[in-house]
Design a protein around this ligand. Sequence first.
Ligand SMILES: [Zn+2]
Length: 376
Amino acid sequence: MQFKDIVGHGALKQSMIKSINDGRISHAQMFLGAEGSGALPLALAYIQYLFCADKGENDSCGKCSQCHRIGRLSHPDVHFVYPVALSKEKGVEKSSDLFREWTEAFLNDPYFSLADWMDFIGAENKQPTIAVEESKDILHKMSLMAMEGNYKTMIIWMPERMNNQTANKLLKLLEEPPDKTLFILVSESSQMLATILSRTQLTKVLRCAENEIADAIIQQHGLAPEIASAIAKASEGNYRLAQMMVKGEVDAEFNMQRFQAWMRVCLNMDGLKLSEWINEVASIGREKQKQFIGFAIKTIRQSILLGLNYPTGINPIDQDFLNKFSPFISYENGAQIAEELNSAYYAIERNAHTKILFMSVSIKIHNYFPQRKKSA
Ligand SMILES: [Zn+2]
C-alpha cells in the first residue's frame, strides 16, 4: 500500500513522511477517522514507508521486498488485530483465526467498512468483538524478536470493539512496550477507554475533500465530470460510499447502452442483430440480467411519463434517446411491455433458458410497438 493509492490527505501524508524521516516515531499511535476516510490504508502506507528499503521523498518504492510483502499483508513483522464474530462451531476466537479472509477483504477493497467485513465473513447479525483471547496473541506476537531486525508493528482496527478486559491488557503493553514496537490503533470513534487514548499519539484523519474524490473516480472509472462531482458531493467525504455509487452509475450506463440496442432491434426486428444482442446478454450472468431487466422496466416507465409530459428526473445524458423513444411508448403498450419484463425477471430467477427467454420477450415487445413506424 503506497501513499499514492490513497485518495487525498496530501498534507497528512507529508507530515507522516517527515516524522519518519526525522526519526520521530511514536510507539503507540491512534489514527482516528470516519468510515471511508482511508485511515486503515493510511496506517499500512505509513508502515510500508517506515520499512521500505528504497524510500522516495513522497512515497515508498512499492517494489522492494519489504514493500512487496507489506502490500500482500504477508510481512512477518506487520500484524493485524480486528473484530471477529466469535464462534465455537467455527473455531473463531481471535483475529488470526480469520487471517486468510482478512487478507482477501483488504486486498479487495482497503476502504471496506466494519459492516462489509461482517458480511464478508458471513456474520451480518453477530457482534463484532475483539475478545480477551486476543490479548494473549497480541502479547505473544509483539514479544517475539522482529524477524527482519526492524520494528514489530501491529495495526489494531476498531479498538473500540475491545471489551474492558482486553483493553486493560493492551493498556499494560502500551505502558511498558517491548523494545522497537509500533502499535497503530485505527478507530472510527473516540469512545473507548480514556486511559488508552491518553497513551497514544493522536492523528485525526479527516473526511476526503469533494474535489479529491471527484478526481479519483474520474481517473479510475472515466466518469463524466458532472456525474463524478455529483457523486463526490453526495458521498460526504466517504470514499467507500462514492465507490459504491460509481458502481451503480457504471452499471446504469452499461444498462442504458444495452437497452437502447435492444429497443432498436425490437423495433426493426433484424434477426441477425437480435441474435447478436441475445448472445451478449446471455453472457453476463443471471444477477446482471435481473439488474438489466429492472433497469429496462424503470426506463419504460420513464418513457410513459415523458409521453404524458410528467416530470421524470431523467439523467440529461439519456434525455436525447428517450425523447426519440417515448413516441413509440403509449400508456397501454408501455404497461404491457413492463408486465412482460416483469415476468421475464421472475423467469430468470427460476432459471429459465436465457436465450429462449430473451428471444420470446423480444418478439412480444416488437408486436407491442406501433407497426408502421420502423426506426428510432
Ligand atoms: Zn520499498
